[in-house]
Design a protein around this ligand. Structure first.
Ligand SMILES: [Cu+2]
Length: 497
């Protein structure tokens, strides 16, 4: 299970970042492609003190925050060339940036987003992890926004919504992987009094949107082979908020607070920071009552983690993604294993002297007890052929996705224990819309989750309270190519259904 990674000790070896230069992947607001800004980072250079705090190569997406209970946003979806080294790269953007702006809201707010599709293909919008209505103008993944069309989404965030890091991305079936890999993703932060608590208020809060786009100058860069799609595409470079190996300017004696989302289509990140422990204070939308100390954290696609780090001494510390093997399809000649090599994704540059900051032993938490299950269910992940055709599909309970079919009916108010079985040779991150769940059989406090990795050949058990919001929506694998190839089902809950 994913959370075994929280406790497994790894010995970290030094790895110098490549001598590459990073640029913020965004264009000027008038829509023209701006000339590349001055280089903000030369990763191989020696540490220089004074300039680091100003240099700030670690870029944050623009923040759009609610006021008076409302956040109204326009997200225009379009192709763009963004600066890349001495050249540019092709990507898909929200408001000509990738990732899109960070949306900051509070429980009880209304979030209203007008999505303007200026692509040549349909797209739509999903607010991953938000407990909002999946119907009508809400988080409705069954509607597509056609090229040239606009659609206004209205999300009423319940007053008792848990705070945490969530995110938005397209969810139009068959094109999700290429659109997200192309750059369409952005962070949503739900803020409440937990964020104002003194234990967290003085920390250096940073959003990390982790993406691995394909790098190229033409739209064809988003096309992948059937084999790569079956395995789940991985891109050419790991970017943090659109920047290659950014430098995080940290101070000894201060606390870094990193809120990380894996917005990659398929890539897993096993995160570690040289010479530093990670103190996990939240997973997905679930804040933990006390930090869980770990040497590494695994983030499957869709998952989030909120980490505290206390820089121990002045120096350069690589933020790395350690090797991870998410398995192969075990089909002769098709794919083999999908292992990723170790990658340095950022560098923490700590300055200052003195003792490391003290971390809180407990945290204020808006947590709820896990209720007892009133029913149980088995969900089985699988692979097969389309009926009468040779095309391979990924399946749930033996069937590829059909939006017209309802696979699971649940009465609103039920609490279900699900056993998610994965007899395949690959890991699959299982994601359920709207209703957060708790992972059982894990020794670590995992908090409320909406995405959980189900490793190859294993079973994960979750408990899902279907409370609060009724509606018809989906559950699926968050390796987005697998979702596009059918690994998705429809769930319907509500009175009178
Ligand atoms: Cu999968």
């Amino acid at each position: 299970m994913a959370h075994e990674h929280l406790t497994r000790r790894r010995f970290l070896t030094g790895a110098a970042a490549g001598g590459l230069t990073a640029w913020l992947a965004s264009c000027s607001s008038d829509g023209s492609t701006s000339s590349p800004p001055a280089p903000t980072s030369t990763s191989s250079g020696p540490t220089t003190s004074g300039a680091i705090d100003i240099g700030g190569a670690f870029a944050q997406p623009e923040v759009l925050a609610s006021s008076g209970g409302l956040l109204e946003v326009v997200l225009r979806v379009e192709e763009a060339q963004v600066p890349w080294g001495d050249s540019t790269r092709f990507c898909l953007t929200y408001n000509r940036t990738t990732p899109g702006p960070t949306l900051r809201v509070r429980p009880g707010d209304r979030l209203q987003i007008r999505l303007e599709n200026r692509l040549a293909e349909p797209t739509n919008l999903h607010t991953h992890g938000l407990q909002v209505s999946p119907e009508g103008d809400g988080d409705n993944v069954f509607v597509a926004v056609d090229p040239g069309e606009d659609r206004t989404y209205v999300y009423d965030i319940p007053a008792d919504h848990r705070s945490g890091l969530f995110w938005y991305h397209p969810h139009a079936h068959h094109t999700v992987a290429r659109q997200v890999a192309g750059g369409l993703a952005g962070a949503i932060v739900v803020v409440d009094e937990v964020d104002d608590a003194p234990e967290l208020a003085g920390s250096n809060e940073r959003i990390w949107v982790l993406a691995d786009p394909p790098i190229g100058t033409s739209p064809e860069v988003l096309d992948v082979s059937a084999m790569k799609q079956m395995a789940g595409r991985e891109g050419d470079a790991v970017l943090v908020n659109g920047v290659l190996t950014p430098e995080v300017a940290a101070r000894v004696g201060e606390v870094e607070r990193w809120r990380m989302v894996n917005a990659s289509a398929s890539r897993y990140y096993r995160l570690a920071v040289n010479d530093h422990d990670l103190h996990v204070i939240a997973t997905d939308g679930g804040r933990l009552p006390a930090p869980v100390t770990a040497t590494e954290v695994l983030l499957a696609p869709g998952e989030r983690a909120e980490l505290l780090i206390a820089p121990s001494a002045a120096g350069r510390f690589a933020v790395r993604s350690l090797p991870y093997d998410r398995g192969g399809m075990g089909m002769g000649g098709m794919g083999g294993s999908s292992g990723t090599a170790e990658t340095t994704i950022a560098t923490m540059i700590a300055t200052g002297t003195g003792d490391p900051a003290l971390l809180p032993e407990t945290l204020p938490v808006n947590d709820d007890p896990v209720p007892d299950a009133t029913a149980s269910r088995v969900v089985e992940l699988g692979m097969g052929h389309m009926m009468g055709q040779g095309d391979m599909v990924w399946t749930i309970d033996g069937r590829p996705f059909d939006p017209a079919r309802t696979d699971i009916e649940v009465a609103l108010g039920a609490v279900e224990a699900w056993e998610i079985r994965n007899p395949t040779g690959m890991d699959h991150p299982f994601h359920l819309h709207v209703w957060p769940f708790r992972v059982v059989d894990t020794t670590d406090a995992s908090g409320w989750k909406d995405t959980v990795n189900v490793p190859a050949g294993s079973t994960v058990r979750i408990v899902v309270p279907f409370t609060g919001i009724a509606g018809r929506t989906v559950y699926h694998c968050h390796i987005l190519d697998h979702e596009d190839l059918g690994m998705m089902g429809v769930i319907d809950t509500g009175p009178g259904r």
